[in-house]
Design a protein around this ligand. Sequence first.
Ligand code: ZN
Length: 524
Amino acid sequence: MAVSSLDSGTVKDEEDQQQTEAAFQRGAGVLNCSIQHAGHNLRSVRVSGLYTNSLVKSPSAMRLFIFLLILFSGHVGTAQNRVTISLSNPNQIKVEAELSTPSRSWSFRNAYAGVLGVAERIEEVRVADADVKKAAVGEYRSERESNRISYTVKLPKPTLADVSHVTWVAEDRGVLMLADLLPLEVHSLSATFVLPEGWTVESSSPRGANGRYDVAEPEKAVFCIGKALRKSSTTVQGMPLDIVFSGNWPFKERDALDRATKVMERYLALTGFRLRDKSVIVIAPLPITEPISDPKTSWKAETRGSTVVLLINADAGFKFWKSQLTVIFTHEVLHLWVPNSLKLEGDYDWFFEGFTLYTALRTALDLGVIDFKEYLATLGRVYDQYRAHPDTLSLIEESERRWASSGSLVYLKGMLVAFLYDLMIRKESGGRRTLADSYRDLFSGRLTDGADGNEAIISVLGSTPVSRSFIKTYVENSTEVDLNKVLPAYGMSVLFTGKGSQLRVEGDLNQDLKQLLRSLGYQD
Ligand SMILES: [Zn+2]
């Protein structure tokens, strides 16, 4: 179904907000949306990890590797690299690169976030003044050095599995991700685009007076292209934000901007850290033409660098757009901070996905998009999904294997562990601290750039003997989450019903537990 045929009558206006949100709490739920995008987020460190995991295991070898990488990146990594990206037809992109330093070998990324064979899209590789040979998928060599290379990138029809991770163009729009369009050797560049008549470009990369975009880190650069793109811009407490819209949507663009603004304000307050670069949120139709087997796949998202790309399934038929967008923003916008503004290495996905799910849920509660009942109901649904998966590895091991497995436990167990951590820290501190305080610590400047993500996060979360022991149990060791056993200490219990697990607040609570639960949003 085309976007324009969406029934705009199903969407409520501002005046109906109370009604829409109440219904949203009953029906739409938070998890259905948040969990759909397993595997949407990726840091550049993980990408290099895909290439180096088998080669480099020890930290000292990794340091040497990074040193060599920096050494060699200096070789071709200056701002003199100039790239022209042309869209000649919807299935093909032509790239012409003029590099500041000549080279005899060029490598293209072949795997990204579980999407394999990305480099197979590269064809017709030519280098100026030399013959070039394909040494392997994504690997090209020439006998003589050259500083000009050109090639085409074939664009297959996007699929549900790859659409949020790799470059695609469909109908009159597309998302270009330089990570899969440029050789790995190109570390900074200026880019120009040649597009069909009437198409424009939006990006968080700054555009110079000459019309060229300056890109410092191509692996994080995203360009939204298309016909009739619309843009709403604002500044959120000093942080520039653009929302780029493609397609027709039954919500007001200023409402989307307003909701994104509110979420950004929350996360600035949560972290105490002001994002340095302009953030861009792209909202476009999910460009999938084949039937989507799971109708619950209502959206896909990826937050890369400073860009959130949100692709919404027009057939999902959201009724409560403002609430739905807010719920999605509470998760995706947090990724602009965690992990994208943390310069940490390694696979700590259990934290930046699992704890992000939980913090997004708390934020949705704080913003009034959901109520305390829905907060508990969401955790109950997550618990049921968690119990449907065998849990034999630690969260750290699950994070390492996220792309080799379904990756669900990183989300499900990670979220439940965040919930238990929040309960534990509130109780241990007599209500003076919550999980939210850890985010301030993460951004307080005490973490070293390039530090191991797991070590750094554990040092922040496990700063007291009790919290250290908690992290050892649930993050470093493979202890199962048993809410039935743990929750009574916090005045709650799990009721197993035919409709699934329900988290309940106990009737007879002492003053301390009452206070703890009230701090979570419980109203007795
Ligand atoms: Zn995420």
